[in-house]
Write a protein that binds this ligand. Structure first.
Ligand code: HEM
Length: 458
């Protein structure tokens, strides 16, 4: 039991605070505990050892952080001193290349500046009607009484939305299955790579690497076709990719390789995260019918049976509160990582150059210091006063500072449009006695058993 063991520290000087070390196996350290249940490891570790503790993964130390002041310093004040960890970059490289998520430094700055205007509110809001249309098409395919896996439905829907808004392609018509299967293959392989002590280089002739290369090629072919088509016609089709193909600065336009990497990154970052966030919101709503009743009351009053529009969101604050609460309690991106570029002292703790740091958003969301009754799903807590009272860094489901999620507004709007449309017609439920698994891979999802629901229309 943690707490019964002597906690060692790695104090590096008399002026810095010691970082408690979680005891572990003499050789493996905490590796297998972490692999077995990543989020549980962080939640329990912070509960037992405090807001900063060190875990050992064989010969490497991982610092786990859930202190808002430190999180804010890493994300905002000292963001230039923290890069994405080298081992994560290596894992992502064959797939995302130098895309925005793994990129750092000057190259990230340029790409970010070029791409950011593509996420301008006006452009993003213009996608709202299509998000609703795709959701309605999905619901129209459902039959009352049948059982569906909500996670699978959301993954398909989020991918259709990203493909349409990013590339202006209706993948429901052709490329859907191939992109989707390729994405599933890639996610699975990335996670398995992450769990390996010594990841094999991608040229290594294993079956897994062949599968990875094949999956990457499927998505690449679609991207290359989209680049070729934009360049040939010279036409901005209003999609994000058109913006990326034609935008330029003093160094000119993005190269084919940069476009490929950024498109891969956006497809990947932009669908699984949203799909899983919606899956958990649905699960929490199924467990809390009183919250569903409150949402339907709002929807009936504001929407009155017509299609939800982006302008309605301002009059539906509870919808946003539900998403915020869901992203606190069961976030899809449950943690993110950084690596200091120099030795740096923050809040009295010394973080060594090159030492990986995990910022545990899921553990932060369960800290009773900031969230009373943290395990209770209570959207009502998200009043303006409550948000103002939270210390900076205490709620970062999309990270924060310059490296904040580029799709944050897109995702928040998309999730509200989808949930608002669903709740006008379908009752959130899960089969009696069913409890999902909480699998924390790249994002948190309910694993192979999915999230079954019996289709019941209101
Ligand atoms: C609920 C949905 C989403 C969540 C919870 C989420 C969360 C995050 C988080 C935590 C990061 C920071 C990762 C890190 O620093 O390692 C991030 C980065 C990013 N996200 Fe999202 N995301 C979501 C949806 C989206 C969508 C829809 C898009 C695009 C259409 C997107 C595009 C990106 C990009 C491009 C970055 C990298 C930003 C940069 O470093 O410049 N995300 N996201």
């Amino acid at each position: 039991m943690p707490g019964e063991t002597v906690v060692q520290s790695n104090a590096c000087s008399s002026t810095t605070k010691p970082i408690p070390r979680k005891p572990g196996h003499w050789f493996w350290g905490n590796l297998f505990e972490l692999i077995e249940d990543r989020s549980g490891f962080l939640i329990d570790g912070h509960r037992d050892y405090g807001d900063v503790f060190a875990a050992r993964l064989v010969g490497r130390e991982l610092i786990c952080v859930r202190d808002p002041a430190i999180v804010n310093a890493i994300n905002v004040t000292h963001w230039q001193d923290f890069y994405k960890p080298a081992h994560i970059k290596m894992m992502w490289k064959p797939f995302l290349g130098e895309g925005l998520v793994p990129n750092d430094g000057e190259s990230w700055k340029r790409q970010h500046k070029l791409i950011m205007p593509g996420f301008h509110k006006q452009r993003v809001d213009a996608y709202a009607p299509r998000m609703v249309e795709f959701t309605e098409r999905m619901i129209d395919r459902w039959q009352a009484g049948e059982r569906r896996d909500f996670r699978e439905e959301m993954t398909g829907l989020a991918l259709v939305v990203v493909a349409n808004t990013l590339f202006d392609i209706d993948i429901e018509k052709g490329d859907a299955k191939s992109i989707r299967n390729a994405m599933i293959d890639i996610s699975e392989i990335l996670v398995r790579d992450a769990d390996k002590l010594v990841p094999r280089p991608s040229w290594w002739p294993t079956r897994e690497n062949r599968r990875k290369r094949k999956a990457i090629k499927v998505v690449e072919d679609i991207i290359h076709r989209a680049i070729e088509e934009r360049r040939r016609t010279g036409k901005d089709r209003g999609d994000l990719f058109s913006h990326m193909v034609f935008v330029e600065d003093e160094q000119g336009r993005m190269t084919e390789k940069q476009l490929r990497d950024e498109a891969m990154t956006l497809i990947f970052a932009g669908h699984e995260t949203t799909a899983h966030a919606l899956t958990w919101a649905w699960y929490l709503l199924a467990k809390n019918p009183d919250k569903v009743a409150k949402m339907r009351e709002d929807l009936n009053r504001v929407i009155q049976g017509r299609r939800i529009e982006v302008e309605d969101l301002a009059n539906l604050p509870y919808l946003e509160m539900v998403m915020k609460e869901s992203l606190r309690l069961l976030p899809s991106v449950w943690a993110y990582a950084r690596e200091p570029q120099r030795d740096i002292v923050i809040e009295g703790y010394e973080f060594k150059k090159g030492q990986p740091i995990t910022i545990s958003h899921i553990a932060m969301g369960r800290n009773p210091k900031y969230y009373d009754n943290p395990l209770e799903f209570r959207p009502e807590r998200w009043t303006r006063e409550f948000e103002r009272s939270l210390p900076r860094g205490a709620y970062t489901p999309f990270a924060a500072g310059p490296r904040v999620c580029l799709g944050k507004q897109f995702a928040m709007m998309e999730m509200q449009m989808i949930l608002g449309t669903l709740l006008q017609r379908v009752e959130p439920n899960i089969p009696e006695g069913f409890e999902p698994d909480f699998v924390t891979e790249l994002s948190m999802h309910p694993g192979e058993r999915g999230l079954p629901m019996d289709v019941r229309f209101f």
